[in-house]
Design a protein around this ligand. Sequence first.
Ligand SMILES: C[S@@+](CC[C@H](N)C(=O)[O-])C[C@H]1O[C@@H](n2cnc3c(N)ncnc32)[C@H](O)[C@@H]1O
Ligand code: SF4
Length: 406
Amino acid sequence: MPGAPPAGIPVPPDGRLEPAALDRLGTVPLGIYVHVPFCATRCGYCDFNTYTAAELGGGGSRDSYAGLAVEEVRLARRVLGAAAPPVSTVFFGGGTPTLLPPGDLARILGAIEAEFGLAAGAEVTTEANPDSVDLRSLARLREAGFTRISLGMQSSAEHVLRVLDRSHTPGRPRQAVAWARSAGFAQVSLDLIYGTPGESAADWERSVRSAIDAGPDHVSAYALIVEDGTRLAARIGRGELDPPDDDEMADRYLAADDLFTAAGLGWYEISNWAAGPGSACRHNLLYWTGANWWGAGPGAHSHVGGTRWWNVRHPAAYAGRVTAGLSPGQAGEVLTGGQRATERIMLETRLAAGCPVSALGPAGRRAAAAAVADGLAEPDAFGAGRIVLTRSGRLLADAVVRGLTG
Ligand SMILES: C[S@@+](CC[C@H](N)C(=O)[O-])C[C@H]1O[C@@H](n2cnc3c(N)ncnc32)[C@H](O)[C@@H]1O
Ligand code: SF4
């Protein structure tokens, strides 16, 4: 199970926010994230806040979940009040949101629309395991107002999928993309993972090509993280599997970047590529640019005007709080100006649009000049007042960002 969230200040029982947090509410885009904490089986590498039926053990059921999420959406409306703008983006993530019947997802989306309204052209995404959708369910989601599907593909190599404990066949993601297109989805994304033990360079290249051939307009490619407490970590610990190798990871990243770029998918965030600006995930951009979002559901995090809070993690605890008419918020924190400035640098430096040099302090500016001299940041962008990572810079992003925030 994942670790406990950081301690913080208690959230009031009615979820009320300090007036200062609501100051600029109407002028900043608002997104809503809905966490759906259920999976059919748990993949051995995953430590997300998600539960199989066996793990739930009768506490917090899938059947009652939509009603609880609707209650939290109503709470959000009460807390944010009349100044809340229509919602620009909605993102159902998990877990596996598509384990719920499409009617449940439609009901939650309907409540968001009824309480807040959706901005013109709002982006409405759901994540999906390729095994958990078919043409019919995708058509129902499209009818309900979903505009974007993000499918977990991970790999096209059968032996890699087996190490990851994925339930789908190598061909299923491609089929799911085709169904999504037939159902009328203009925006379809695939997630890939590289660096799985036993994955060769050729396996990875085939996976990337197969993802491109499926015809998504967006891809995310993540380096495998060996999370403590997972089955994968235990297998590596016992010596059954090799741990990921940093140099190989870097090679895999560059190979993917070459193939995606050649296929017309350009990077816009270190782990994300899109067919054009209209294909970028606007909801994730809202996180990365410090906008406001309300996260509904067990363990979901929210941020409004510099106040951040997180919900109780277990679905049974969440159900108990929401059913009693209480905020499910477990704890929160008010970010200082310095913390907000540091977070901005950390997030915006990962974007192809980069981070303004004006956001850096004196030590950060010196580090930025050094990054340019070392070939890690683009000289032209620096001349124009922005830090934009080069390809080598993307590989060393964490170290560059540490310097910039120093
Ligand atoms: C919530 S899942 C996507 C939807 C669905 N649950 C699925 O897995 O098909 C989000 C994504 O996070 C990524 N992910 C999860 N755990 C990871 C880990 N330990 N290392 C790298 N990527 C991970 C996977 O690529 C996964 O597709
Ligand atoms: S299906 Fe997705 S959320 Fe569920 S365990 Fe696997 S990677 Fe994690």
